[in-house]
Design a protein around this ligand. Structure first.
Ligand SMILES: *[C@@H]1O[C@H](CO)[C@@H](O)[C@H](O)[C@H]1NC(C)=O
Ligand SMILES: *[C@@H]1O[C@H](CO)[C@@H](O)[C@H](O)[C@H]1NC(C)=O
Ligand SMILES: *[C@@H]1O[C@H](CO)[C@@H](O)[C@H](O)[C@H]1NC(C)=O
Length: 489
């Protein structure tokens, strides 16, 4: 099967490179950005550049991702639902001796096959315990960012355990004074300014917004001096830093005469770590749950190749579709049975989406089995909606949270053995009538529950259990000069 794919890509490559119509593709993957964290949903946030790009493009109002960072990034890079590629269970933790399966060909690898130059600026988080897992070995011509789940924004220390984490390609960059988002913006601009224009560009800019560490330069915090809540004021400031960074990048693309040929995509890898540093309001739930707040994210497309713009599109989209759509647009055709669908006609012309259902996740692990599916207007959640159990990273997860609410814990608390048993829920929601998941219809519509449960079971036949999580102390940065590094698995 995989062989067939490779052969097809090679054949298509020749045709596409000759046709020379491949757009530059700039994908902004904002980290932990919730529904309420963008200017077009929340007028208090100052993001003039993104607001304008969204208004001039197409906003996707039902755009879904996975509930957590590693699974979303795996889905984007491969086009598969994470439950088929062993990435359904939480995110990768620092000492986990694992990474995105090396059998899988990635999006940037496929784009390289058809002539793209590929760059990742920002977060990786798909494994680093051996060199083969690193972004430079998974299809990116260049990488400038961090390998673990997140770093502090000045000192570049991992946010949950000691150890430095910042690299330029494979080399460590010691830079503890400069604000990380500024460094990333500068690199993104440099990539554009130095780009060979005869080649199409793929730039994934994985914006640093991660929860918990609310570091922001004073002048950005001052934009919101009227806001009393400390977390809210600082987080809004970070969002304005993001907006400013995107402005610099767009200016560079214009300066180089590349903007007219650029498809600009903006989305998030999962919902916010509410209410610590973001908000999914009015959607339900926190990051890393099966609720809408974790999975339905702000998304828009912008570019001269879109035929119908300046409106909000309510068609369904899932992050696996982003994979397939980008591949098709770039001219790389594959026959692989990925889950992603080509949504280009929906994005560019507003045609009905071929996607009518999707799987939020299926995780049949013993401690917190949980699964959810959307079919048409309905959504079924079964089992335990919180992915992080029994790692209680979140002391609150299934309510509705907004800025200023009581803080949650953003640091994983290892299981103590005294955890309450996970809940076993059956929720049925009509997401169109009830996007906030307030009315559980499970008792009222038992047939609908059975229909969706049956569909979920059909998908479950393709489930590949995750590899057992092995936490290997050999990965401790004390063994690598204080830096999170490959070479221990
Ligand atoms: C959740 O954790 C935060 C931070 O540790 C703490 O301030 C808050 O009181 C906790 N909330 C609950 C409901 O336990
Ligand atoms: C959870 O509930 C479902 C449906 O009520 C039931 O079939 C299943 O056995 C329950 N699972 C557990 C672990 O209690
Ligand atoms: C976007 O979705 C929300 C939630 O379902 C809905 O309330 C809103 O009307 C939609 N926006 C537009 C412009 O259709």
């Amino acid at each position: 099967m995989r062989l067939t794919c490779l052969v097809l890509v090679a054949l298509v490559c020749v045709i596409v490179v000759e046709s020379g119509k491949q757009p530059h593709i700039v994908l902004i993957l904002a980290e932990d950005l919730g529904w309420n964290d963008v200017g077009w949903h929340n007028a208090d946030i100052k993001m003039p550049i993104l607001n304008q790009l969204a208004a001039d493009g197409v906003i996707f109002n039902q755009s879904y991702v996975q509930p957590a960072c590693t699974p979303s990034r795996a889905a984007l890079l491969t086009g598969y639902y994470p439950f088929k590629i062993q990435r359904q269970h939480q995110m990768l933790l620092n000492l986990e001796a694992d990474g995105l399966s090396l059998d899988l060909k990635t999006l940037p690898e496929m784009l390289k096959d058809v002539g793209y130059l590929t760059h990742l600026v920002g977060k990786w988080h798909l494994g680093f315990c051996k060199e083969e897992y690193l972004p430079n070995k998974r299809g990116f011509d260049s990488f400038y960012g961090w390998l673990t789940l997140g770093t502090t924004l000045y000192s570049k220390e991992n946010i949950i355990a000691p150890g430095y984490d910042f690299r330029d390609n494979t080399g460590v960059v010691q830079e503890s004074d400069t604000y990380l988002p500024f460094m990333l913006a500068e690199r993104a601009v440099d990539i554009v300014m130095g780009h060979y224009k005869e080649y199409p560009l793929f730039l994934e800019f994985s914006m640093a917004l991660s929860g918990k560490f609310l570091e922001v330069p004073q002048e950005y915090e001052d934009l919101y001096s009227d806001i009393e809540d400390d977390r809210q004021r600082k987080f809004y400031g970070k969002l304005s830093v993001m907006d400013n960074s995107i402005g610099l990048l767009v200016d560079a693309l214009k300066t180089r005469g590349m903007w007219e040929d650029t498809l600009f995509i903006f989305t998030s890898d999962n919902g916010a770590l509410a209410s610590e540093s973001g908000s999914n309001w009015p959607l339900r739930g926190n990051i890393a749950t099966l609720f809408e707040g974790a999975t339905r994210v702000p998304t828009f497309f912008h570019g001269s190749m879109l035929k119908n713009t300046g409106y909000v599109n309510n068609e369904l989209m899932h992050i696996v579709d982003l994979h397939k759509t980008i591949i098709e647009l770039a001219g790389a055709k594959t026959e692989c049975d990925i889950d992603g669908m080509d949504l280009w006609k929906t994005i560019s012309k507003g045609k009905p989406s071929p996607r009518t259902e999707f799987v939020y996740n299926i995780d049949d692990n013993e401690l917190s089995p949980g699964a959810a599916i959307r079919v048409g207007d309905y959504k079924l959640i079964t089992g335990h909606p919180d992915l992080l159990y029994p790692f209680r990273m979140l002391n609150r997860s299934d309510d509705w949270y907004n800025y200023g609410d009581e803080p949650i814990s953003g640091i994983p608390i290892p299981p103590t053995g005294n955890e309450p048993p996970p809940s076993n829920v059956t929720y049925l929601f009509n997401i169109i009538d009830d996007p906030e998941e307030r009315n559980n219809l499970a008792e009222e519509y038992p047939n609908k529950v059975e229909e969706l449960r049956h569909r979920l079971d059909e998908y479950r036949e393709h489930l590949v259990p995750p590899v057992n999580r092995v936490f290997d102390p050999a990965g401790d940065p004390v063994n690598f000069g204080g830096v999170w590094s490959p070479g221990w698995c």
